[in-house]
Design a protein. Sequence first.
Lengths: 114, 109
Amino acid sequence: KAGVTQTPRYLIKTRGQQVTLSCSPISGHRSVSWYQQTPGQGLQFLFEYFSETQRNKGNFPGRFSGRQFSNSRSEMNVSTLELGDSALYLCASSLVAGALYEQYFGPGTRLTVT
Amino acid sequence: LAKTTQPISMDSYEGQEVNITCSHNNIATNDYITWYQQFPSQGPRFIIQGYKTKVTNEVASLFIPADRKSSTLSLPRVSLSDTAVYYCLVGFGNEKLTFGTGTRLTIIP
């Protein structure tokens, strides 16, 4: 069974631009969560989607948004990029939404904002 | 308010058993305890999950005392490939996963 895939793996953007990251969950998984990881803040939860609905949201500004499609694939968008948005963005999928269930993480997208 | 507290780092020699303890004083009745492992530039990987007493799988054991205010991840006979960051999480059901700072484990040859 194929794992979680994220595209692109690496991205360089300029301040003020916007970016869209994509995540394809494991087949059959309906929950997708997004995390931001930086050396200073560690792993921080962005949001979780289940059956195309956002179920949980972390403490991030409105510049960070996401969506989930009917095939469970998910995208996250960051508008008006800031230098502090440089991070590894991780996507995780699970069969069912929630902390109780095993999350399968993708390799991440490394975003660099210059 | 952080839900879990772990040592920031630990060192161990190859072949030894490593125990990483996590404190979760405010654990709720319905919360489960889950451990993840993360290698550099990779996403975290599920290791083990438990509610009480002891859980064992092919890679680790998880010990949870009766009061459930702490838990200990035990890695038997570690090797260099066990060098990673280990995260302890507590939560249940619809809650989002909240990762703490984790424990950076370094295995010394």
